[in-house]
Design a protein around this ligand. Structure first.
Ligand code: ZN
Length: 195
């Protein structure tokens, strides 16, 4: 088993995840979101797509056994284990603009969007290529009758995790989310391991 690595609060990282590898993302303290994006190693114009994923998986409530699909309709990651069962694939990464919109009383932060852009730059991936992230542990219930959404504290407890297997050679971007509401009001680290 490989060592666990830590993403410090309000930061992000990126790394390659070869086909067949397992990425475990752990919420060590609980109630902390991690935004995940994935690109095809061979052509970074291929990227995870929430719309394709909802279409093929026929649900927006993604958990064990579901796959995350690309804009080119290829499976990129499969969720092979999930101790929480509540994640979001509707909302975009928090950014300077979303901080201005939702938190005018707080200092602006570059958010997951800025952290992802910096981490993914070495692969030639720019801001405009960042899609809607798969937001691990993010709790966004949808009212079935009206479609109204809310951002509530994550359901994850300390040590909860999700495990994803790469279905193709991937470049992964991963953050410890910086937004207030998504994380129950405080910013914690995120741990991950590649096996
Ligand atoms: Zn965020």
């Amino acid at each position: 088993m490989n060592p666990v690595q830590t993403i410090e609060p309000r930061t992000g990282t990126a790394f390659e995840l070869p086909r067949g590898s397992i990425l475990t993302v752990i919420d060590p303290q609980g109630s902390q979101v991690a935004d995940l994006v994935a690109y095809a190693r061979t052509d970074v114009r291929e990227v995870i797509s929430n719309g394709r994923t909802f279409d093929y998986e026929e649900t927006i409530a993604l958990t064990t056994g579901h796959r995350l699909w690309s804009n080119r309709s290829n499976p990129m990651l499969e969720i092979v284990e999930d101790t929480v069962g509540r994640h979001d694939f509707l909302l975009t990464p928090c950014s300077e603009a979303t901080f201005r919109h939702f938190y005018p009383e707080h200092p602006v932060h570059r958010g997951c969007f800025g952290n992802l852009a910096e981490a993914l730059a070495p692969w030639g991936i720019g801001e405009d290529a960042i899609p809607t992230a798969f937001n691990l542990f993010m709790n966004v219930p949808v009212a079935g009758d009206t479609g109204q959404i809310e951002v509530l504290p994550p359901l994850s407890k300390p040590g909860d995790f999700i495990r994803l297997r790469a279905e193709t050679d991937c470049i992964i971007g991963l953050t410890a989310c910086s937004a207030y509401a998504s994380n129950g009001g405080s910013f914690k680290p995120i741990d991950y391991r590649i096996d």
